[in-house]
Design a protein around this ligand. Structure first.
Ligand SMILES: [Zn+2]
Ligand SMILES: [Zn+2]
Length: 347
């Protein structure tokens, strides 16, 4: 199969022909039809994750099952499927309680094994982790859910519990931030988007932000407090830096809820968090880590009905060669929205 491969931390990624992955007894092989490119792929390439080499990145995918292991009961060759980026073991207390997203024995394609920047990917514990794609939903739309959209859905709905009429401040209008804007708006919340990129803010407005704040050195918490009459009910840091975390937390009203989605890898040093404010104003600090397959049906039915349209966030579609070229610079890629890869496409 053709795949994007790199041989060590920060080595130049190349498209090569490599053997297909082995079929797990409890898993499937999927012919990848669409796979999203994400900053987490860049983190893996840059050495922020524990990965084995040579490595194939990619964790936001959709495709068709081409082989199923003997222990798989729910899925068959030809099924159209997607998968959360965190795949649970299916056996532990967390998986059995519907929380595979925090499984201590989790697998992540593109991290714990070869991922989906390839013609074929292996997925483990298929009966627990796969999600059927409804006929109305195309592969690119389904692939766009796997990491950022599902993570945003979990953050806004499952973790923050954002309600109609509440103010939600979303810091960062990349793929996950724009997803959060769209989902919060669909919940009836009023949304403020913050970003350094005016283009990204324009998209944020299109997908539901009532206000867009340019982070050009301005006092973001003060601006949010002004717009909302005392601060947002919910804040989401979709970037992951000491500055964006502080802006998000300090932009909350008393008893507000903050959800951290943007990754803060220890390699950058642990961020200082304004805990005096957290205590004095009784703020909730929440983490969010993907979403279990068992929580997908609500989101998938809203998409099939057209109430949520993640495909609007797909900015461009590229082939594997272009993906290999882009990966090393993806931490500063400036596209507003998602980059989708079609491994079957030339170039
Ligand atoms: Zn991702
Ligand atoms: Zn588990």
């Amino acid at each position: 199969m053709r795949a994007v491969v790199f041989d060590e931390v920060r080595a130049v990624p190349e498209v090569r022909t490599v053997p297909e992955p082995a079929l797990p007894a409890d898993g499937v092989l999927v012919a990848v039809a669409a796979t999203g490119m994400c900053r987490s792929d860049w983190h893996a390439w840059a050495g922020h994750d524990d990965i084995a080499f040579p490595h194939v990145p990619g964790h936001e995918l959709a495709g068709t099952i081409i082989a199923a292991g003997p222990a798989v009961t729910r899925w068959h060759v030809g099924d159209r499927v997607t998968v959360p980026f965190v795949c649970g073991c299916g056996r532990c207390q967390w998986c059995l309680s519907g929380n595979a997203q925090v499984c201590p024995d989790q697998q992540q394609p593109g991290f714990t094994h070869w991922g989906s920047f390839a013609e074929v990917v292996a997925l483990h514990a298929a009966d627990v982790n796969l999600v059927a794609i409804p006929d109305e939903v195309d592969f690119a739309t389904a692939a766009s859910l796997g990491c950022r959209f599902a993570t945003a859905f979990r953050a806004v709905v499952g973790r923050a519990g954002a309600r109609e009429g509440e103010w939600v401040a979303v810091i960062g209008a990349g793929g996950v931030g724009l997803s959060a804007v769209m989902i919060a708006r669909a919940r009836g919340a009023r949304v403020i988007a913050v970003d350094r990129n005016p283009e990204a803010l324009a998209v944020a407005r299109e997908v539901g932000a009532e206000h867009a704040l340019l982070a050009d050195g301005a006092d973001i918490p003060a601006a949010v407090a002004e717009l909302t009459g005392g601060g947002a009910h919910v804040s989401i840091d979709a970037v992951g830096s000491e500055q964006t975390l502080a802006d998000a937390v300090l932009g909350l009203r008393r008893r507000g809820r903050h959800v951290q989605i943007g990754l803060l890898p220890p390699v950058d040093g642990h961020p200082r968090v304004p805990m005096d404010r957290v205590i004095g104003w009784e703020l909730d600090l929440l983490g969010s880590h993907g979403m279990a397959a068992s929580d997908y049906p609500e989101m998938m039915s809203l998409i099939a009905q057209g109430a949520l349209a993640p495909q609007r966030l797909i900015e461009r579609t590229i082939g594997l060669e272009e993906a290999a070229r882009l990966l090393p610079e993806f931490d500063r890629a400036t596209v507003a929205g998602m980059t989708m890869i079609d491994p079957r496409r030339a170039g």
